[in-house]
Design a protein around this ligand. Structure first.
Ligand code: PA5
Length: 429
């Protein structure tokens, strides 16, 4: 199971504060399980794990294998919950420098004309042997109307239809079951379609075709990822202790005036996952004047940046660190020579994971002493099974913790405000 270590946070709460929060967390967990809380019509992220659809997993893996065999580039066109989950897993598990299949490119996640122009120029450039690049695209939008995604899709599909005779075979779409502009386009063009179930919201959708297709195209075993989540789901229904402890700690600290949770990791591969957590928690809890701001930090890099503020700035910061227990791959520090000019011989032969672990432990010690409560969320290894577990752990934690705040975790009414103002300024009817 995913485990938590809250020892470094426990000294910031008295027994009463923690016990009361724990009782509240217990009731919130029951509300999720019983479907008795706000927004319970959006609990499909649990339903899909309770009765896995193996046929869909197989079909997705099959289509992804076909794309992998034909594509040089695969474009994931989506924003918010429609792309953060895929990016989280792909960044965590794919090699850092070497391509492991098609190059994965994200689009539709902002409105930069420069980005789109340069992207299309890059797609048009022939390969080193003079042949055309083979581009495939998956557009992902549950509503089918999100402007960032819709605009990028218009530009990219226009280009693809002009560039390839079989463009309609290269484009797939993942959207809501019916209705909306995107469904009309899919019908008119005959694009392959995947459905986001009605009862699964965007940021809880990584284990539906939203995340699974791009993840499979990246060469990651989606069955293992999915069943990792199923295992965590089943185990945490029987033993909720870690989810409750994390939710209670975060809730009690919020009540004590903590305003920011810096979510970070000493594993650079996990920074996409940290961004997924930021979106999941931030869009779920930030309502009705409530919520801890989920900031993100990548360590040890950011110890030379915002680390100063975390150590000595305003004392309203808590920290959550994602920790990987054992490395999948590592290297030892080179031996150096007898002169020890760079004075690093004391580290010769030691594993980087061990050195990184000392940086982690030293940081926890320093931050705790400086007044920052730290919670560690621990996975055994950076692999698909453990990340599947971590996805469910965070989905369930988010639902439980946000119910403790008394708000609906599954909607995002505030997102409409910028849209209304933007559409008015753009002159939309
Ligand atoms: O979590 C959510 O619901 C949002 O972040 C959405 O995923 C995001 O706004 C994109 O919406 P859509 O998939 O409808 O384009």
């Amino acid at each position: 199971m995913i485990s938590i270590d809250r020892i470094s946070a426990s000294g910031f709460l008295n027994d009463n504060e923690y016990t009361q929060a724990l009782e509240k967390a217990e009731s919130a967990f029951d509300m999720v399980v019983n479907g008795s809380g706000k927004g319970s019509e959006w609990l499909g992220w649990r339903r899909i794990l309770a009765s896995p659809n193996d046929a869909e997993l197989d079909e997705l893996a099959g289509y992804a294998a076909e794309i992998r065999s034909k594509a040089d580039i695969f474009i994931v066109c989506g924003i918010g919950g429609s792309y953060t989950g895929a990016m989280a897993i792909i960044k965590a598990l794919n090699p850092v420098f070497k391509l492991n299949g098609p190059e994965i490119i994200y689009a539709g996640h902002h409105m930069s004309g420069k980005y789109l122009k340069e992207l299309i120029e890059y797609l048009k450039e022939p390969k080193s042997d003079g042949a055309k690049k083979s581009v495939y695209l998956n557009v992902i939008s549950k509503s089918g109307t999100t402007l960032e995604t819709a605009l990028a899709f218009r530009m990219l599909r226009d280009w693809m239809h002009g560039f390839y005779e079989d463009a309609n075979k290269r484009i797939s779409a993942t959207t809501g079951p019916e209705g909306g502009v995107l469904n009309k386009i899919i019908e008119a063009e005959g694009y392959k379609k995947y459905v986001i179930p009605d009862d699964v919201g965007g940021r809880f959708s990584v284990l539906t075709p939203v995340g699974l297709l791009p993840i499979a195209v990246a060469g990651i075993d989606i069955q293992t990822l999915f069943y990792g989540a199923v295992t965590e789901f089943n185990e945490s229904e029987k033993d909720r202790a870690d989810i409750l402890a994390y939710a209670a700690t975060r809730y009690a600290l919020l009540n004590k005036g903590y305003a920011i949770d810096v979510i970070g990791s000493f594993e650079p591969e996990l920074m996409g996952f940290v961004a997924w957590i930021q979106q999941l928690i931030g869009e779920s809890e930030g309502k009705e004047g409530k919520g801890l701001y989920p900031a993100i930090a990548g360590y040890s890099t950011d110890l030379h940046s915002v680390g100063q503020l975390i150590q000595e700035g305003q004392r309203n910061i808590m920290e959550t660190l994602l920790v990987v227990d054992q490395p999948i791959s590592d290297t030892t520090v080179a031996g150096g020579d007898e002169s020890d000019t760079d004075q690093l011989n004391y580290l010769s032969g030691r594993l980087f994971h061990e050195i990184n672990r000392s940086a982690l432990n030293g940081t926890v010690e320093a931050h705790t002493a400086g007044g920052v409560p730290v919670v560690k969320i621990i996975i055994q290894k950076l692999n698909a099974q453990q990340l599947g577990r971590l996805i469910y752990f965070y989905e369930m934690f988010t639902a439980v913790y946000v119910y403790m705040l008394g708000v609906n975790p599954f909607n995002q009414p505030g997102v409409e405000d910028y849209k209304k103002a933007m559409y008015r300024l753009l002159g939309k009817n």
